[in-house]
Design a protein around this ligand. Structure first.
Ligand SMILES: [Mn+2]
Length: 376
């Protein structure tokens, strides 16, 4: 069976105040084209379908159109909720959708759908994004301390036959994976899941981290976002992962590049250089730019003047002596880059003249996790 693996669509997302809807519409169309060309027999969407628990109507329409396109092609879709989605809302119509071959992980911790192909049964496990607290609430008597425990308990609710083929769709942070700026900040690595819980699966279709990457083993894989959602991803190559699962033990993985309608581009130079026709005539005027001006003095009204040439400029800053000497500004920027736990550790040290103990650190991390969870 040939399956497309995508994740983290974040439909409805805005990047630096720019709506990504047009870009998302375009990239979904390209994913449909790939499904046609590659004769896909199923699509796995590993969470963060939407960017918000209550997505804008346009984003809902986009998903609706995408699901319809797949149903019209008789390509089944399997999707789970990520940490950005509302699991309950995403499960709307789940029982009805199933009749059309659209499988959404409902309100359970983990569900197993079995499909058939020429090699026999293929078990597709769907495990929506979960935290120890969800597992505790759903499984009386269980009190998982870590995310790894939580995942192990959730997977344990279904029977595993390791002689048959099993693939898992999940949305978790697997230890060792590389992060980028468009993801939600992870607090102190508490949310990490040890890859050993996935040992028995023939493939793990992951979402959550936005860079395409395998973690440890090739078969434990993040397909990455279909689009770049931050300038930290500028050099990433976005793609769709294709999984060719044949008889037990024979699974091939390949990627097909995704080319966006508008790329994210960083350019730097003086105002005169960047506004010279010879410079910009070879650039895509529609791309999303991050422009760094290197003029020694700030240029009057540079933002609006540059927008005449680069209408989709997302970000503009200066790199000159003045910008560098603005230590206060830099310190603030430095602060933004720090994680909440680093900030608290520094604060504690400043107040008490000694670092946090391991015990205190653990307590602090747990409290942060609890407070953040409560504020959602
Ligand atoms: Mn995401």
């Amino acid at each position: 069976m040939r399956l497309l693996h995508i994740s983290d669509l974040h439909l409805g997302k805005r990047v630096n105040e720019y709506s990504m809807l047009e870009d998302q519409k375009d990239i979904l169309k390209k994913i449909i084209d790939i499904a046609d060309q590659e004769k896909a027999e199923g699509i796995l969407i590993a969470g963060d379908v939407y960017d918000k628990p209550v997505p804008p109507a346009e984003a809902v329409r986009l998903l609706d159109q995408f699901l319809n396109s797949m149903v019209n092609r008789s390509i089944p879709v399997f999707f789970i909720s990520g940490n950005h989605d509302s699991q309950d809302r995403l499960a709307f119509g789940a029982a009805l959708f199933r009749k059309s071959g659209v499988y959404t992980a409902g309100e359970t911790l983990c569900e197993k759908i079995t499909v058939q192909d020429e090699f026999g049964p293929l078990h597709i496990w769907m495990m929506p994004f979960l935290k120890p607290a969800y597992v505790k609430a759903a499984c009386p008597g269980e009190d998982p301390e870590t995310y790894t425990d939580a995942v192990r308990i959730a997977l344990g609710t279904q029977k595993m036959d390791p002689e048959e083929r099993n693939i898992l769709i999940a949305h978790q942070f697997v230890t060792g994976a590389k992060t980028c700026e468009s993801e939600e900040l992870s607090i102190g690595g508490l949310d990490q899941v040890d890859a050993s819980v996935f040992d028995e699966f023939d493939y793990v279709a992951l979402g959550h981290l936005h860079r395409p990457q395998s973690v440890g083993k090739e078969k434990i894989r993040y397909c990455g976002t279909p689009l770049k959602y931050s300038f930290s991803e500028i050099r990433d190559k976005k793609s769709v992962t294709i999984l060719d699962i044949r008889e037990k033990g024979n699974t091939k993985i390949e990627t097909i590049p995704l080319i966006p309608k508008r790329d994210l581009v960083e350019i730097r130079g003086t105002y005169m250089e960047l506004t010279a026709k010879s410079f910009y005539e070879n650039l895509d005027p529609e791309a999303y730019y991050h422009i760094t001006l290197t003029d020694p003095e700030d240029v009057l009204d540079a933002l609006s003047k540059l927008r005449l040439i680069y209408p989709n400029m997302m970000k503009m800053d200066y790199d000159n002596d003045r910008a560098r000497s603005q230590s206060e500004f830099e310190a603030a920027k430095e602060m933004e880059r720090k994680s909440p736990e680093e900030l608290l550790e520094e604060f504690y040290e400043m107040q008490n003249g000694q670092p946090l103990s391991e015990k205190q650190r653990k307590l602090v991390l747990e409290m942060m996790e609890e407070i953040w969870e409560g504020s959602k």
